[in-house]
Design a protein around this ligand. Structure first.
Ligand code: SF4
Ligand code: SF4
Ligand code: SF4
Length: 174
């Protein structure tokens, strides 16, 4: 478990370029297909971009909620792995996730969840090459991480946007 990683996101650095969505879909689907990306960028308020992806909760509510055993944990990376054949696209894991992160594939019958690209996240590479560094790989062994990640990052984009608006503009947004 010592090699488990996690992708931290710095919302204030995200430009909204969406190259991460392109990199993710290219790697997993073989073509540029943002609708099938495991990372999604939400712009719910002008100027506030929120990268949204799995945060590998320490208690994995999604994995535990699946009655079809379609979700498992990669011991090396800590990522949630979707068994495409077993998944029925019932959506129970989406409701179980505190951030509503799992996302239905636009054409196939299974959910999309970040698999950390097997340990070499393409989205992070692309974000770095673009000079943004809004995404960063953090080892899960960082002290106290396990207690922090679930609360801070497994949240719906709407909640993150509201909090960002308060920080940046000092105003509540509806
Ligand atoms: S590549 Fe980085 S800067 Fe561009 S949208 Fe994705 S997270 Fe934001
Ligand atoms: S963020 Fe959501 S999809 Fe990721 S491990 Fe937590 S419950 Fe599962
Ligand atoms: S780590 Fe890989 S699977 Fe996860 S969002 Fe980034 S590109 Fe997609």
């Amino acid at each position: 478990m010592g090699k488990n990683i996690w992708i931290a996101r710095d919302y204030l650095k995200c430009s909204g370029c969406r190259k991460c969505e392109i990199a993710c879909s290219l790697f997993h689907e073989g073509k540029i297909w943002p609708e099938a990306s495991r990372i999604r960028i939400f712009m719910l308020f002008p100027g506030l971009e929120v990268p949204h992806l799995c945060t590998q909760c320490d208690n994995y509510p999604c994995v535990n909620s699946c009655k079809f055993n379609a979700l498992s944990i990669n011991e090396k990376t800590g990522a949630v792995i979707v068994n495409k054949e077993a998944c029925t696209a019932c959506g129970v894991c989406i409701n179980a996730c505190p951030g509503k992160v799992p996302w239905l594939h636009p054409k196939e019958k299974y959910v999309l969840i970040c698999d950390l690209c097997g340990g070499n996240p393409k989205c992070v590479e692309e974000c770095h090459e673009g000079g943004w560094d809004a995404l960063k790989i953090i080892p899960k062994t960082v002290l106290g991480f396990e207690r922090k990640n679930y609360k801070l990052y497994a949240r719906e984009p709407e909640d993150v946007t509201k909090e960002l608006a308060k920080v940046i503009y000092g105003e509540e947004v509806s």
